[in-house]
Design a protein around this ligand. Structure first.
Ligand SMILES: *Cc1c(COP(=O)(O)O)cnc(C)c1O
Ligand SMILES: [Zn+2]
Length: 430
């Protein structure tokens, strides 16, 4: 049996700790923790075959795009109940105009919006709530820019665990809030930013005996990791040149890097793609920190972007993510809200919908290509993190209502008026 333990990520500490501990901080130095494994000796070819065969199975645990790869996340015991909603197994979608616009590069979309609650958070949540359930946790909590809430609420409901959410006041999209309410969570609107809500939650958590499922919880990272195995399998195990993700709290970038490292060590791949993180200009602490070569995080005290999922000024996982960029030779880019809007339009023109934060990836690829950092015709996978319907307010703001916008017409119900309106609207080439 493979064996799991927790280890501090700080290079001067590296303390190993008991995997039964439920803290997400090192007991010696307060650093973040990694879940580490002494893996069984694997035969990669044999395991690929097993994973492939599970796709034909009707067992829920095999249908899940996370648990199908369970040999990579062996922290659950045989007696543990797996809390799954059939997450993962999301499509890889080729692009048409978007790849040309962004490069030209060979751009493929890994669409994480096709998950049970509509974002990649479900991959981490199935792992984390499974862990919480195995520890007999009674109440889980998180602070969130929205998608973690939706996801936590769903998986907690499934596990029969109470769910408590802290979200910044009037800052998360109506759809995400509605999902959390629908799944029965208690929602506390508090603070002006994610960072503020998160800080308050951390302070009150011990008093209320809350189990935190923010991405500082290393078991979240373990579930999110499996996206890499899945995308590589979809490409017959041929790694791309780049994997691009939007960066908020930087859990996703950390997870992708951890997966690449383990898959390399276990002999599944020989080449490692560069991991690229894209932040919004108004919320780009990681970009600033790397650009300055600063040893400490340079936080953004008033993060601001319409891409609310990445509106974070003090990313908890920045050290894990920095490690990933250094190890893979990747980089971080920063894009404006206008660039995000344009990228979202270009994706939409390919028939690919997503939420604004996700479109930051493609905007970032374009910028990096123009700067010569990503080479023309590179093989790029952009991870679109969230579903189009997560933020319809954003779409309505940008796609209807303005004077020159001829997409949304309101017409008096006569043929005459209809003819006039359509003549005007259709005069503009598509
Ligand atoms: C959470 C989220 C992000 C940011 O991911 P991190 O792991 O926090 O960096 C990006 N896009 C969407 C849609 C998200 O929900
Ligand atoms: Zn430590």
């Amino acid at each position: 049996m493979s064996f799991a333990y927790l280890q501090c990520i700080e290079s001067r500490c590296r303390l190993r700790q008991n995997p039964k501990r439920d803290s997400y901080r090192c007991s010696a130095c307060g650093g973040l923790l990694d879940v580490k494994y002494d893996f069984d000796a694997f035969d990669p070819a044999g395991l690929r075959e097993i994973w492939h065969r599970r796709r034909l199975s009707g067992e829920p645990i095999d249908r899940s795009g996370v648990w199908r790869f369970r040999e990579l996340i062996p922290f659950v015991g045989p007696e543990d109940r797996i809390i799954s909603l059939s997450e993962g197994s999301t499509p890889l979608v080729g692009t048409r105009g978007a790849g040309y616009w962004a490069g030209p590069v060979h751009l493929t979309i890994k669409h994480q919006g096709n998950n049970p609650t509509g974002s990649f958070k479900d991959l981490g949540m199935t792992a984390c709530i499974t862990r919480a359930s195995s520890r007999n946790v009674r109440m889980v909590a998180c602070a969130s820019t929205g998608n973690t809430s939706s996801s936590m609420a769903a998986y907690a409901a499934r596990a029969g665990i109470r769910a408590l959410l802290f979200v910044p006041y009037r800052q998360i999209s109506a759809a995400k809030l509605a999902q959390a309410l629908d799944f029965g969570a208690i929602v506390v609107e508090v603070g002006d930013t994610f960072d503020e809500a998160f800080q308050l939650l951390r302070e009150i958590a011990p008093e209320l005996d809350l189990y935190l499922v923010n991405s500082v919880n290393p078991f979240r990272i373990e579930g999110q990791k499996t996206i890499v195995a899945e995308m590589l399998e979809q490409r017959a195990w041929r790694p791309p040149d780049y994997i691009v993700v939007p960066g908020g709290n930087l859990g996703n970038a950390s997870a992708i890097g951890k997966a690449l490292q383990e898959l390399l060590e276990l002999g599944f791949i020989e080449k490692v793609p560069r991991v690229v993180v894209v932040q919004a200009e108004g919320a780009n602490p990681f970009y600033r920190t790397l650009a300055e070569g600063s040893a400490d995080l340079i936080p953004v005290s008033e993060p601001n972007t319409q891409a609310t999922a990445i509106r974070i000024g003090r990313p908890a996982n920045w050290k894990k993510a920095r490690r990933v960029l250094e190890w893979t030779g990747g980089f971080c880019e920063s894009v404006t809200d206008e660039e995000i809007l344009e990228a979202k339009r270009v994706l939409a023109a390919d028939g690919v919908g997503c939420e604004p934060a996700s479109a930051a990836t493609v905007a970032g690829v374009r910028k990096l290509c123009r700067a010569g950092k990503i080479e023309r015709h590179a093989d790029v996978i952009a991870v679109l993190t969230g579903n189009q319907l997560k933020d319809t307010d954003y779409i309505m703001r940008h796609r209807s209502g303005t004077e020159e916008n001829r997409q949304r017409l309101s017409v008096e119900p006569t043929l005459e008026a209809l003819r006039r309106a359509l003549e005007r609207a259709l005069a503009v080439p598509a």
